[in-house]
Design a protein around this ligand. Sequence first.
Ligand code: FES
Ligand code: CO
Length: 354
Amino acid sequence: MFKNFWYAVEFSEDLPAGTPKKVKLLGQQLVIYRKSSDNSVVAMSDLCVHRGAALSGGSVKDDCIVCPYHGWEYEPDGAVRKIPAHPDKGIPRKARIDSYPVQEKYRFIWIYMGDLPEAERPPIPDWSAIDDTETYRAVSGSFLWKSNYERILENGVDVAHTPFVHGGVFGNPEKPEVPEFEVEESEWHCKVSVKLNPPRSKGIWGWINPNKQDLKDRPQVPVSTTWWLPNMILLEVDTPMGAMKIFDVNIPIDEETTLVKFIALRTFFKGKWADRDARRRVFKVLYEDEAVVNAVRPELLPFDLSAELHVKSDYNAVLYRRRRQELIDKGWSVEGNTIVGEGPARVEARVIPS
Ligand code: FES
Ligand code: CO
């Protein structure tokens, strides 16, 4: 797992004012809450320096968070401002916990746990389509997955698996060839664009086909998949009905547990029934992927580039592994504790109110 990146940890809409919330990232437990003064988000270690209580079980008072155990009050920068048992004594200098930079962008709360100065931090990618509620209708959801986030990321950008794992939804197992594809890449991302064969069965085509066109005459479907280091994905599909974009963060809770949060946008079918349907389809695809990815060995992505066999259609995965090696060489890799105990809900989904 890597420090020095911004990580989305929660949907903005899921952090109401006044209620602290526990989130888990990179093997650490954090608390997030909104300041009373300006509603901005604070992120801190979820461990009270006094007796180790979880601050996420406490309350928000002014801009501070109050520990549920003995009521110590923490400023947003992590410093204790009040010890109620001894109001007349000074505050010990060591009475502080780590506090982390936060941004709210594209309906996500992003936390920075690295050590680079602001100007040198890798950017949050441009996901402004999420804010374009004129053009798109959105559904969001969460999916807790017992697999390593890098295995999940590679799966998410891999077009060669779709005819086999998702043959009913997209891709055609009788025509599984991956045609020539275009690549766009930078230091932080890689986008592959390709025209895939339409699904064999009626599948999604029956749903989106505007003119009840003959199944044989279905056009190829322009698809692109993009990864951004270290854990973000965008899947774009140009259906005959309009555009579909699925933004997806694979939050590394620890090495073996990943919380996937997605926002799926589409330009077509703006009705409520279609929201239910869109969610159902995203979860169907996730369950299909999960069955295969959970059984992949080794569980973690190999560090040795020659450890698995690569073919041309693995281009973006190979690039991901190269870039990841560069991060390791830069010393950005961190080992996380395994987090035990109660996790977030297994599956959650809702329509984002626009
Ligand atoms: Fe937090 Fe005592 S454990 S105030
Ligand atoms: Co898949």
